[in-house]
Design a protein around this ligand. Structure first.
Ligand code: SF4
Length: 411
């Protein structure tokens, strides 16, 4: 019997899918590369935006067609499923697996890693905060943290197998605590594992970002100088309505502290435009924040109602074209700030980790989490190499491979 998994959404869903694959392979299933070769299709869905949910409804005609030629085909739906969609979607899938139970059990499963030389390690799942727009506390439940020993064993095994980039995942990754080990301590323990590898993590919550964490990031040479620090809005009233539990002044202060200790940090953020009641003046505060902070990257989304959340009770009164326009305005600012940041790398020799090969070009990530494209044969995938940055674009860098570079030239 062959299975095929379709995954939507964040890195946590990708990690869940890797662990689901292990379970099916342990009971004898083999992976089908093409959907029409599978006897079992598992869909791992995301409900963060309505457009993500619409994709699942879009798959149903395809599955029905496949069932006309393969009447034994079974379909399973899992992932972040809202109550409202669950009932409707249950009519079109053979089984629904609850991610709340699955993700807790999943933390204990050794996954079938699918992104060599990069590996995701979930360190926690669920969330105890109730940001008013967010479905996670409803779909994944309250926060559960894995034992630090298990995380360390998983990381050591990965490094022994040649993995070079370890991503620690959690919905609110920096609130991790297991017994007396908090997130900074866990990072330090991982950093002490011998070997040549990088550590990244996502996504931290600004309200839990401690001085201890900044210190550890500064001290530990394997921790990437990259942070996605979600701000969501630059306006205090909107932040309050979002239940984010910080003021924009505190966020600014945090960025200042981080940049003081790690001046070359790559900083990205998440922003929601058109939140219920967001006025033009309130949006202007977000515009000003983006201009001031000068992010390297931002994931900007138009607000969409998520049934069952607190924000769903608020009037979704920013018209769609206005949301689109606000997204465009922020994207224009971002294009410029990202380009300015990327230009600072021109002429610099950086170490990169090649991840993919596409039409003679390698797509790699630098320690600073910059996407770098350069011409090279395929066989360097998974090996750290030094390249010279020769050009900068808003969304990445172009490089040239080098042969011998003195170590002192590396940044
Ligand atoms: S902290 Fe993150 S996961 Fe938790 S409710 Fe807020 S947005 Fe959702």
């Amino acid at each position: 019997m062959k299975y095929h998994i379709i995954t939507y959404g964040c890195q946590m869903n990708c990690s869940d899918s890797e662990r689901i694959a292990t379970v099916f392979e342990k009971v004898g299933y083999k992976k089908a590369l093409k959907i029409d070769r599978a006897g079992l299709i598992i869909v791992n869905m995301c409900s963060v935006r309505q457009s993500a949910v619409d994709r699942i409804y879009g798959l149903i005609p395809k599955f029905n067609k496949l069932k006309t030629t393969n009447y034994k085909l079974q379909t399973i739906l899992t992932g972040c499923i809202l109550k409202k969609d669950r009932k409707k979607l249950a009519q079109h899938f053979d089984y629904i697996l609850d991610i709340k139970d699955l993700s807790k059990a999943n933390l204990e499963i050794e996954p079938r890693y699918s992104c060599f030389p990069l590996a995701y390690i979930p360190i926690s799942t669920g969330c105890n905060y109730f940001c008013s727009y967010c479905v996670i506390p409803y779909t994944r439940g309250s926060e559960v943290c894995r034992a630090a020993e298990d995380i360390l064993i998983e990381a050591k095994n990965l490094i022994d197998k040649g993995y070079k980039e370890i991503w620690l995942l959690g919905q609110n990754v920096n609130s991790y605590r297991n017994k007396n080990i908090n997130f900074p301590k866990l990072l330090k323990m991982l950093n002490n594992i011998p070997g040549n590898f990088w550590i990244r993590f996502t996504s931290p919550q600004p309200r839990d970002f401690s001085n201890e964490l900044i210190e550890i990031m500064t001290e530990c040479e394997k921790i990437s100088p990259y942070l996605n620090l979600p701000v969501q809005s630059g306006d205090n009233e909107i932040l309050k309505k979002m239940n984010r539990n910080y003021k924009i002044e505190e966020y600014r202060e945090l960025v200042k502290k981080i940049r003081k200790k790690i001046p070359d940090i790559t900083l990205s953020t998440d922003v929601i435009v058109g939140f219920p009641g967001e006025t033009k003046t309130q949006f202007k505060n977000t515009v000003n924040l983006l201009k001031e902070i000068k992010y390297d990257m931002a994931y900007i989304s138009q607000y969409s109602v998520r049934p069952g959340t607190a924000a769903a009770k608020m009037e979704d009164n920013v018209p769609k074209p206005e949301k689109k326009e606000r997204e465009r305005i922020l994207t224009e600012i971002l294009k410029q700030t990202a380009l300015d940041k990327n230009k600072t790398f021109i002429g610099v020799i950086v170490e990169v980790l090649p991840l993919k090969w596409n039409d003679d070009f390698i797509i790699a990530k630098s320690f600073h989490y910059k996407t770098v494209k350069f011409k090279s044969p395929k066989d360097i995938i998974g090996k750290f190499v030094k390249i010279k940055v020769i050009n900068a674009l808003s969304w990445g860098l172009q490089g040239q491979s080098l042969k011998k570079v003195p170590i002192s030239n590396l940044i």
